[in-house]
Design a protein around this ligand. Structure first.
Ligand SMILES: C[S@@+](CC[C@H](N)C(=O)[O-])C[C@H]1O[C@@H](n2cnc3c(N)ncnc32)[C@H](O)[C@@H]1O
Length: 411
């Protein structure tokens, strides 16, 4: 489950256009960069870790341009990477042991969830913002394998990669669920992988994280996740959670209407969603779909700097729709629209309020070092000095100032 779909890709969304960079959210791909001028998280770059190539070994058996690199000591369980030589240049920078992450595994237990296989439930009350787990990938596979290789070659490479892992890594990989049938290592990858982009144009990979692969999907989940520049998968609570509640994430774009969400999950991940939002009675599901369509319409309007329809009332309507739709795990984009649109129209105080809310939500949804957090921090710190202040066409242009002046003279 990556974020959007098994083999789907993150589209540029209205929010990313508005911000002027590629801002794939938790429901899209996670974007990493080498820090060499790429858009997105370019300012994060890779931390200045020493490259210890001695910890990586390359297996001899490459197929086409894809080879297997293994780091047996990676977070005690190892990692196998099937990729190109160029992408390996990025991967070899990954730190192999924790300096900053502490797992909180006492927060949850693994249980059987009726109709969904295994899942995670909270052992105790969890507050919004609390970290749940920081997971490391066991297998990273270049997207191109699925396009360039025959099934036989694909299966052979994946089997070799999994076999190269130390025993604990191999066992935890193979213990994950497989939903699609067929070749087991491939099936497990399809059922459990997240999309990861190491950088354009060729950095698309799938990563599996056995420590979080038991997290089931909910269209209105209680956790948000992001993957950082070290490929660590972070989950955080987006609302207060009671002991015994199942912990869930969303595998897909939550702003799609019910039928689209269900088709997406069925076609790309092979299951029929039984979450509370998908199980609503028809009248409530129709009302939910109508709200989701209104959200799309309003966001499209708010993403147009020239829109004359965008108004404070429209922004407040957007907030109400998000609240009614229980989209608490996906608020950063809506707050960003609100902050920028208020500022475009010269409402600095409202812009600052929403920019602060966007920062708080973005930290949960995209991580503290994401470019979105930085963009909104800049706006929150000085709305009037921000490029967007009073930029709305028709406001404070020379001609509007002149006509106000003439109006004043005639009275
Ligand atoms: C990444 S795994 C999640 C953990 C899985 N339940 C297990 O036992 O390992 C994804 C699989 O869990 C099941 N699943 C997750 N969310 C579900 C949902 N909302 N409704 C039905 N099945 C779900 C599906 O079988 C799906 O292919």
């Amino acid at each position: 489950l990556q974020t959007q779909s098994q083999l789907g890709f993150c589209a540029w969304n209205p929010r990313s256009s508005l911000l002027g960079h590629h801002a794939c959210s938790i429901t899209d791909e996670t974007h990493l960069s080498s820090g060499e001028g790429l858009e997105g998280n370019a300012s994060q770059g890779y931390p200045p870790n020493e490259v210890n190539e001695a910890v990586w070994s390359r297996r001899d058996d490459c197929i086409d341009k894809y080879c297997i690199w293994v780091n047996q000591g990676f977070f005690e369980r190892g990692i196998a990477v099937v990729t190109t030589a160029q992408n390996y240049q990025q991967i070899k920078h990954l730190p192999s042991s924790a300096t900053d992450t502490k797992d909180n595994n006492d927060r949850f237990s693994f249980v059987d969830v009726p109709g969904r296989g295994k899942g995670l439930v909270a052992n105790k009350a969890i507050r919004r913002g609390e970290p749940i787990v920081a997971a490391k990938p066991a297998l990273l596979v270049h997207r191109g394998l699925f396009e360039d290789l025959s099934p036989e070659d694909l299966y052979e490479l994946l089997d070799m990669a999994v076999d190269s892992l130390p025993k604990t890594g191999r066992e935890s990989y193979m213990a994950q669920a497989g939903e699609m049938g067929g070749h087991l290592a491939t099936n497990i990858l399809f059922t459990n992988s997240y999309q990861i982009n190491l950088g354009e144009p060729d950095g698309f990979h799938y990563g599996t994280y056995p420590d979080v692969s038991r997290l089931n999907h909910d269209c209105r989940p209680n956790l948000a996740f992001y993957i950082d520049q070290n490929l660590t998968h972070h989950t955080r609570a987006v609302r207060d959670i009671k002991p015994g509640e199942e912990l869930t994430v969303s595998y897909i774009d939550p702003l799609q209407v019910r039928i689209a969400r269900q088709e997406r999950l069925r076609n790309t991940l092979g299951f029929s969603c039984g979450c509370s939002q998908c199980s609503l009675p028809k009248s409530e599901a129709d009302a939910s779909d109508a709200r989701l369509l209104s959200i799309q319409e309003i966001e499209s309007e708010l993403s147009d700097f020239n829109s004359q329809a965008a108004s404070p009332a429209m922004i407040e309507r957007l907030m109400t729709l998000y609240e009614e739709e229980r989209l608490v795990f996906n608020m950063a984009g809506a707050y960003t629209f609100a902050a920028l649109n208020h500022n475009l129209s010269g409402r600095a105080e409202m812009a600052q309020k929403y920019a602060r809310m966007a920062v708080e939500a973005d930290i949960l949804e995209e991580g503290p070092h994401s470019s979105d957090v930085q963009s909104m921090q800049i706006l929150a710190s000085n709305p009037k000095g921000h490029w967007s202040f009073n930029l709305k066409p028709g406001r404070c242009t020379l001609s509007s100032l002149l006509s106000s002046f003439q109006l004043a003279l005639t009275h």
